[in-house]
Design a protein around this ligand. Sequence first.
Ligand code: BDP
Length: 596
Amino acid sequence: MLKPRPTATRELVNLDGLWRFAVDTRAGERPWTGPLGTRLEAAVPASYNDLFTDPAVRDHVGWVWYQRRVRVPRGWAGERVVLRLDAATHAGRVYIDDSLAAEHVGGYTPFEADITDLVSAGGEFRLTIGVNNELTKETIPPGTITVSPDGRREQKYLHDFYNYAGLARSVWLYSVPPVHVRDVTIVTGLEGGTGTVGYTIETSAAASVRVRALDAEGTEVAAADGASGTLRIEDVTPWRPGAAYLYELVVELLDGDAVVDAYSEPFGVRTVEVRGTEFLINGEPFYFTGFGKHEDTPVRGKGHDNAYLVHDFQLLDWVGANSFRTSHYPYAEEVLEFADRQGIVVIDETAAVGLNLLVQSGLQGAAAQRTFSPENIGDAARAAHGQHIRELVARDKNHPSVVMWSIANEPASNEEGAREYFEPLVELTRKLDPTRPVTYTAVLFATHENDLIADLFDVISVNRYYGWYVATGDLETAEAYLELDLAGWAQKFGKPIMLGEYGADTMAGQHSVWDTPWTEEYQSALLDMHHRVFDKIDAFVGEHVWNFADFQTAHGIHRVDGNKKGVFTRDRRPKAAARTLRERWKTIDGRKPARD
Ligand code: BDP
């Protein structure tokens, strides 16, 4: 799905700002049919939860309503008018005046509505957007809703981050000509010093297509006619981790000599391949250093914010990280575009987190139920999961920074039914994108002995908490466990292996001379311990610390104002571990440390 961009034939209006806002219990029967009777206004983009002081808003379960008036530019007569939401978490309904124009399920991918027939150039309309935050056994991620004795609905979920909801990304109105470019797919290759750029253009109606590749200075370096083909760029400058270089594919639809539509898609020329136990970018072994992140900041919740984006990438650079995983959902497209430009490598994850009833039942002391079963994660969830994968690949397929898909975080891959659940999803991912490796992250209970799905994937990525949830405070035992564990995976599968998560909750400012959990020293010592083990495993290709920064979670006795495994605090101040990582990662510089 194309990101809307202004071009010679397209115009774009940003609808961010302050919108009227109400939860459904206070918005009346059909809130889209008239002005929302509310004094509240919500910022867009932002999750709504932390904006207001009223707990009834923060903890609301169900629909909330956003509303504003929008004027269509008067010059858009004869054009198609499209409304685009970059995300509505977790489901959205769009009304143009009284009419339903679009519905979408899935909180982290964009959707659009062609509203041409509902509006007029120069005219104004009432835009009402309903957003629903409910997670059920049929949604990705899953959840359950319970009703408390006093009648309040409560949302429970199986993932360890706050269920922020609302319009956390931008809303746009844009115009396209009646005959227009619908989709662009770019697949690049390297043949010596020549870059190959395979392209496929989808159009809304039959049209002649011309494509031109421009280099970073805007000079044309290759061109062709036709809706698909391969361009060749001589003396190509590849896109490299830490040394990004972007070209631009200008796509033009022609009617005779006239350009009826134009669209530009940035791209980088690079290859990705898993060979044996190596992860290769442009044919060279790549070693991941970095983090699992979250879209999470005070007040905004998951609201996209360019200031945090810039600052987070500055910190990634400062600490020597070359990569991150979009744990545990697709991030805003601005983040991927920035990674493309900054040369940061991304493992792009779906929102399939919490497909594991054992994790939760363990914490609650409840009897474990089978995760992959008709009563729990069944066919409906799998269909939703498949749809999430489709939408993720459709959105992110052209980003050079994205080198691998992660289709789930810590599923119950050791439980009966896991293989039946995952096999078709892995197949689907490969069909949608044959060029990128596919992974998932394995939960602590999934070992090389009982995991049922690892062989389906290209890279083994395991999340391990030795020294934290296991062998707490005992780094010596933790080290022995970790080594045994990783050596087992490496021997059995003969694939590249990385840690998708490792870390320790740490209160900034807490200190001790002993190995004391929660202290800054302990977090550093735990990371050092892991690194000693990693460097002994030949098949090891990367380390992603959990987490880049402290982040908010649901209330509970296991968390103190959120998860504190950040190497940076929630307001992005370094804990001692940041310097520990910096020392190692600046030395490694994207290459696997040599064994001594
Ligand atoms: C892992 C999850 C991650 C959690 C982390 C933790 O993948 O989302 O935040 O554990 O417990 O199980 O800190």
